[in-house]
Design a protein around this ligand. Structure first.
Ligand code: FEO
Length: 408
């Protein structure tokens, strides 16, 4: 492979990660812009590698390391997160580098042994430090953000926080910093990452934000394990994480549906009309055309989720089930919603969807709209009225998630 170069992040810290331009599916999360696996080198008196890369990318990482230093000179490796997109190269890296010490959180030590049979890794305490002579690394556990082993590490005097998956995004690019990337891309990919990876752990996100703030650690740079390094827009991304973790909402509804012979689509469009007439911003998705991870991205700041499916073999469409099962896992909170769909004879779909929404603790508006065969004018009016009713409920909410000045 061609020689790759490290990128200087601070006076003594370099990015030595890998760019994955090709990945389009990250265990079910569609990654239309690819991703990066970020590893970092601290050129301290004790030279330290922070995290590694997905296994197939090990040569790219080593090539970048070699552009700065002979890898055998690395004294310490720190593993902030044991998921294999960051630890996949760790066993081979340990073999090649033979570092004096490898550190991880207590749960990280367990996870790395369970994944790779690695032994001899030293556990660092929550709040504990690693002395690199010229630099000090402070370790803060962030359990379940988003794995039990997860931790973040702060480097002084660089005032840099390695945040592993937190504040990350799936975005392949040769630009390494937030101020080198268009704001709309930063917003969209950060939101998509949060919705698909962290939404389930929003309570923990709020606690971790507080923990970092209360640690008193000075932070000029946040270096995540995916996507660009934050140096210019730290207040902006911190504020977004605060808002997302608090589930601040816009006056916005998401409709997701599928259709067999157009009847359920006609219902969806009539509900859309009612919502729009009621002054609510609408995102409408056909589940065949739009994947689960894009739907949940729009739900990050939506107030309502309205789901439609025809009845197919006494059940719902598999495409709709896919989205609902995914959402049941991610548990977006505080939604109102409704079910709708057409049917021929048995008509179970609306009941199935309503039951799944109830399990997600979605507050249902009405009992769900069922239409036999093809919707008539009256049926479509009922759909429009449902949209209007949901809009009325949404409009009572304060519009807190205004994003008109996201990157100002
Ligand atoms: Fe990017 Fe949880 O690994």
């Amino acid at each position: 492979m061609k020689a790759c170069r490290a990128v200087k992040i601070t006076d003594s810290i370099y990015w030595v990660g890998a760019i994955d331009w090709d990945i389009r599916n990250f265990h079910g999360y569609s990654t239309g812009r690819g991703t990066t696996y970020n590893a970092y080198l601290i050129m301290a008196d004790r030279i330290t590698l922070v995290d590694t890369v997905k296994a197939p990318f090990i040569e790219e990482m080593f090539s970048r390391v070699r552009s700065i230093v002979d890898p055998s000179k690395i004294d310490v490796i720190i593993s902030n997160h044991a998921e294999m997109d960051h630890s996949g190269s760790l066993p081979r890296a340990i073999e090649l580098i033979k570092p004096g010490a490898v550190y991880a959180s207590k749960k990280g030590v367990e996870a790395l042994e369970a994944h790779f049979g690695l032994t001899g890794i030293e556990a660092v305490e929550d709040g504990g430090t690693i002395d690199l002579d010229s630099h000090t690394v402070t370790c803060l556990e962030t359990r379940l953000l988003h794995w039990p082993d997860s931790m973040v590490t702060h480097v002084s005097p660089d005032k840099l926080l390695f945040s592993q998956d937190g504040f990350g995004m799936h975005l392949a690019s040769n630009e390494r910093f937030d101020d080198e990337i268009d704001d709309y891309v930063l917003y969209h990919e950060s939101a998509k990452y949060y919705a698909n990876i962290l939404m389930l752990y929003s309570n923990i996100v709020a606690k971790v934000l507080k923990k970092i703030e209360e640690s008193g650690l000075e932070i000029d740079v946040i270096a995540p394990d995916h996507g660009p390094v934050w140096r210019s827009k730290i207040p902006w991304i911190l504020d977004l994480y605060r808002r997302w973790s608090a589930r601040e909402m816009k006056k916005k509804a998401v409709i997701v549906y599928d259709t067999m012979w157009d009847s359920t689509r006609m219902m969806a469009r009539a509900i859309e009309d009612g919502l729009t007439e009621g002054g609510v911003h609408v995102k409408l998705f056909n589940a065949t055309a739009t994947g689960r991870s894009d739907v949940v991205t729009e739900l990050i700041d939506a107030a309502a989720l309205i789901v439609g499916s025809p009845t197919l073999n006494n059940h719902i469409f598999p495409t709709v089930a896919d989205v609902l099962v995914y959402l049941q896992g991610l548990k977006p909170k505080g939604l109102i919603g409704a079910a709708f769909g057409s049917y021929g004879w048995s008509g179970e779909a609306v009941r199935v969807i309503s039951s799944m929404l109830e399990e997600m603790k979605v507050e249902l508006v009405g009992e769900g709209l069922r239409v036999n065969w093809v919707p008539k004018k009256d049926d479509l009016e009922k759909c429009r009225q449902l949209g209007l009713e949901i809009a009325r409920r949404i409009k009572d909410l304060p519009d807190t998630m205004l994003i008109t000045k996201v990157c100002g």
